[in-house]
Design a binder for this molecule. Structure first.
Ligand code: ARG
Length: 498
């Protein structure tokens, strides 16, 4: 049963190419020319585009009602038969047209009045890409929800924070994860923003130079759920920057995911996270191994996305106006990138959501390598010592300490203070305060500036993130609703004819 139909259609599928007759039937290059197999991805889109176009042609009196009805009934039938039943053709557009002519007779060829495959394929790509973008946004919204859940649960789980891969300052699992949630939020925003430029109607541009027929481009936009019309007919047929924008957003997202994956891989190597078995793999030879393969594949798939972006830009860069067959190879880069990364979003979030964060081990590691040093310097600065001088005192105490070694204790710090400042620590700060600064959890709790890791600051970030996420979820629902309303509208119109 078709997506767009209410009734059951039956009919015979044709298996002959009737659009081209004998000429250009294709010699040795026949399969080289054809995109029919790849075009399965836009099969449903092409049927929607055909329906909107034929309804508009009938409304404008360009095609009579009866012929329109026959064409629209044939399209239902073609849809039921499925992409695999299409006759041979250079592409899905030609094959569907042949299939319609098979069923209707020569008048079926009126379907292609006032259009070209150039505006047709551009409409199909935009139509399908729109769905893919929304599916990716849905995956992102779900993933961010999962990260927020973990952040809520691990708001007090202290862990080491790194710069240059060296222990730098203690933070929390929540604060670390929120850093990725924020980035994924921007990735979502970029996709939603690009969506607005994808969702424009190129139909009616014809080959590139418009048409003498009195077409109604707003009407096909409405029937297809496009927000507006891609104005200039040459631009409408030729441009694929909407594909670049989406693929670029996808590559950026893949980079975010890759960084998250890399963090988790490093954490797993130190025993700072215990992945669920479902997201790990083992070695075929070393029995003790539990490897973070899923995350490594997330990291690896960034290559698919950046390759897609590169491939697409390279495909487009040399193309003169207005249409060249190179364009037939443009879409695949975007499809590959988007498919690869949509799966990555789900797997990366699943791995994080099901992992265990060993609080004790993380807390012990959080203080290693004198990661509380900045807090001690801050404390001295609070007591009036210029921060640069305080930095010097603590640096002196840290000199020669390895990344796994414990921080110097109060006595050792005080001795250095006396050396550098002329007075022991007690002259500036209470012993208790120094000891608190040396404690990773207390150190985190003091860093309560906006956006910081202290649990209170994290609670504020969580509620802001929830608000942004709710907006994105609404944005998704709105766009989905508009697409569904257009589909219903189209079906209602089609039903007036069939
Ligand atoms: N399959 C073609 C594509 O994907 C459709 C457009 C063909 N247009 C043409 N002028 N040959 O771009």
């Amino acid at each position: 049963m078709s997506e767009e139909r209410n009734d059951d259609g039956a009919g015979e599928g044709g298996d002959e190419t009737v659009v081209r007759r004998d000429r250009f039937a294709g010699g040795p290059a026949r399969s080289f020319l054809s995109s029919l197999a790849d075009d399965e991805r836009i099969f449903a889109a092409d049927l929607a585009v055909d329906r909107a176009h034929v309804v508009m042609l009938a409304e404008r009196g360009i095609v009579d009602r009866e012929t329109a009805g026959e064409i629209l009934a044939a399209l239902d039938d073609v849809e039921d038969a499925g992409h695999e039943a299409l006759p041979d053709g250079e592409d899905v557009h030609e094959a569907i047209e042949s299939a319609v002519i098979d069923r209707v007779g020569p008048d079926g060829g009126k379907m292609h009045t006032a259009r070209s495959r150039n505006d047709e394929v551009a409409a199909c790509i935009r139509y399908r890409l729109r769905e893919d973008v929304l599916e990716l946004v849905e995956a992102l919204v779900g993933a961010r929800e999962q990260l927020l859940d973990v952040a809520r649960a691990e708001a007090e789980t202290v862990m080491p924070g790194y710069t240059h891969l060296q222990p730098a300052q203690p933070t929390t699992v929540a604060h670390w994860l929120l850093s990725y949630e924020q980035a994924l939020g921007r990735d979502t925003e970029r996709l939603l923003d690009a969506y607005g430029r994808v969702n424009r109607n190129p139909l009616g541009a014809a080959a590139f130079a418009g048409t003498p027929f009195d077409v109604d481009r707003e009407r096909t936009a409405e029937l297809l759920g496009f927000d507006s019309v891609a104005e200039n007919s040459m631009d409408a047929s030729a441009s694929r920057d909407f594909l670049v924008e989406v693929t670029s957003a996808v590559a950026t997202l893949a980079t975010t995911l890759s960084q998250l994956a890399e963090d988790v891989v490093v954490m797993a190597s130190k025993g700072h996270v215990d992945l669920d078995d479902d997201y790990a793999s083992t070695s075929s030879i070393m029995p003790q191994k539990k490897n973070p393969d899923t995350l490594e594949l997330v990291r690896g798939r960034t290559g698919d996305a950046t390759a897609g972006l590169n491939g697409l830009l390279t495909n487009l860069k040399g193309q003169p106006r207005a249409y060249n067959r190179d364009l037939q190879r443009a879409g695949r880069h975007a499809w590959d990138a988007i498919d690869s990364v949509t799966d990555s979003v789900e797997v990366a979030a699943g791995a994080v959501a099901t992992a265990d964060w060993p609080a004790e081990r993380l807390a012990a590691a959080a203080g290693a390598g004198f990661s509380t040093a900045t807090g001690v310097a801050d404390l001295l600065a609070t007591a009036g010592v210029p921060f640069r001088t305080a930095h010097e005192v603590v640096a002196e105490a840290a000199a020669g300490l390895g990344p796994d070694e414990d921080a110097p204790d109060y006595e050792a710090l005080s001795a250095v203070a006396e050396d550098v400042l002329g007075d022991p620590l007690a002259a500036y700060v209470e012993r208790e305060a120094v000891e608190a600064a040396l404690d990773p959890a207390e150190s985190v709790a003091t860093r309560d500036s906006r956006g910081g890791p202290a649990p209170d600051a994290v609670a504020d970030q969580l509620s802001t993130a929830e608000g942004v996420l709710a907006d994105h979820r609404d944005g998704l629902t709105d766009r989905r609703g508009a697409v569904e309303r257009a589909r219903d509208r189209r079906r209602t119109e089609v039903d007036r004819y069939v």
